[in-house]
Design a protein around this ligand. Structure first.
Ligand code: GTP
Ligand code: MN
Ligand code: MN
Length: 411
């Protein structure tokens, strides 16, 4: 027990982009509850409330030890009345009644299940719920028209709702690398998103592709996609064209936070064969690469492997899968983005995340520096010039922020 006089006062800067947030979290019970309420707000299209809960959770996550009393929170930024109520409830009663009742609510559960379908957002889910559709079975029976993304999402629902491991992300990196160098020698590919921040699992794998010679990246995405398609790696893909140059938005004032790079939302088919091809089998085994249901009794898996390596034919593979009682591949969401080298540093910073870190960077730029930051550029509204950068470090310097490496952007 700490007496009033000894109460530790934590000091945390107000913007998440001023803090070093590793994957470590000493206040998971508190932040889990706040994250759930944030998610519920986002799924209910109450963005402001969602951000408020996210910011509060990020502050608690930045603390060097568990919070034990409300007095320790004095002077901390971003903790609104609502968040403080939730925290108090947990400290006093062990759980947040609001978070618990939200988690149990039919609406939240339905929103989770329905938005768990790739291609289904909060709006669509809400419409379906109002029509009485609360689950996958009801959705299928309803005869609702699904777009191509949603059909693929439903088809691969279980796989896509299973976390992607770092080991599988590495396997996919290798495939994308092969694709990129095959279609444009000299082109470069970088792992972005959560895996660049050092996360051990994620909901997808994100890549940024560029070429050191400006302009050579033009038309690259369709070629990469064709290559992947021809090799049978894609279960689904939708490519959207770069519209940055054509945009009517003023300089540094994009109409939304959505960027305008050429990008591809895809679903990869990751096979056992590809998993075994990886150059680092030791890491692969250590990280539990295997998701095949048999826990690898050695002689057994030998047989399977030798059988499998011979099967080039899809049908034979499917047949064996059925016999073995499990399939020999999984679906994985993969995002590809192509950027010209002149915008690479901005794209890299903008796509590494976390989402809150990105949001806070833009808020810092606007509110504290009168600058506009996007995944394409940094514009100084006062001097009316674009600030060039060839590295993330330079962008932080332009913004007057201490450099925070990717592994410490896990807000
Ligand atoms: P998980 O995939 O859930 O493990 O986490 P993640 O951090 O990788 O999230 P996600 O793949 O959704 O996004 C990766 C980064 O890309 C985040 O920083 C997002 O802010 C950013 N991002 C996602 N979509 C867009 C977009 O349309 N435009 C821009 N500029 N950034 C985006
Ligand atoms: Mn990701
Ligand atoms: Mn992504």
């Amino acid at each position: 027990q700490t007496s009033q006089a000894e109460v530790v006062v934590f000091s945390v800067p107000s913007y998440a982009c001023q803090r070093r947030s590793t994957l470590e979290n000493h206040n998971a019970v508190l932040t889990d509850a706040l994250a759930l309420l944030a998610e519920n707000a986002e799924l209910s299209e109450e963005e402001g409330r969602g951000v408020a809960f996210r910011r509060a959770a990020a502050v608690l996550k930045a603390l060097p030890r568990p919070v034990t009393s409300m007095t320790e929170l004095r002077g901390l930024p971003c903790l609104g009345d609502h968040s403080l109520r939730v925290i108090k409830d947990i400290l006093e009663n062990g759980a947040s009644s609001e978070a618990e009742s939200t988690k149990q609510s039919e609406r939240y559960k339905a929103l989770k299940v329905l938005t768990g379908i790739f291609g289904v957002g909060a709006k669509t889910a809400d419409r379906w719920i109002r029509e009485g559709i609360l689950g996958l079975q009801q959705l299928q029976e309803s005869g609702q028209t699904l777009n191509r993304a949603q059909q693929a999402g439903l088809e691969h629902y279980d796989d896509l709702n299973q976390p992607v491991t770092k080991a599988d992300a590495d396997v996919i990196s290798e495939i994308v690398e092969r694709a990129v160098v095959s279609v444009l020698p000299g082109a470069q590919m970088t792992l972005i998103g959560g895996f660049r921040r050092g996360k051990l699992s994620g909901h997808d794998v994100d890549f940024l592709i560029t070429h050191p010679e400006e302009g050579r990246e033009v038309g690259l995405m369709p070629k990469v996609v064709s290559w992947l398609e021809s090799q049978g790696f894609l279960l689904y893909q939708k490519t959207t064209r770069n519209s940055y140059l054509e945009s009517k938005d003023g300089p540094g004032r994009p109409s939304s936070n959505m960027d305008r790079f050429e990008r591809c939302f895809s679903i990869f088919k990751l096979t056992e064969k590809e998993r075994r091809r990886t150059k680092h089998p030791e890491t692969a085994t250590e990280n539990g690469l295997r998701t095949v249901s048999t826990p690898e009794p050695d002689p057994h898996s030998r047989v399977q492997i030798s059988e499998r390596s011979r099967c080039e034919d899809e049908e034979l593979e499917v047949d064996q899968t059925k016999q073995a009682g499990h399939k020999l591949w999984r679906a994985v969401r993969v995002d590809l983005v192509v950027s010209p080298i002149s915008q690479f540093a901005f794209a890299l910073l903008g796509w590494t995340g976390s989402k809150l870190f990105e949001r806070e960077l833009r808020r810092w730029a606007g509110h504290e520096r009168n600058m506009s930051l996007s995944s394409h550029a940094l514009y100084d509204n006062k001097q009316r010039i674009y600030l060039r950068a060839t590295s993330e470090e330079e962008i932080f310097a332009h913004l007057g922020l201490e450099f925070i490496p990717p592994s410490e952007r896990n807000t």
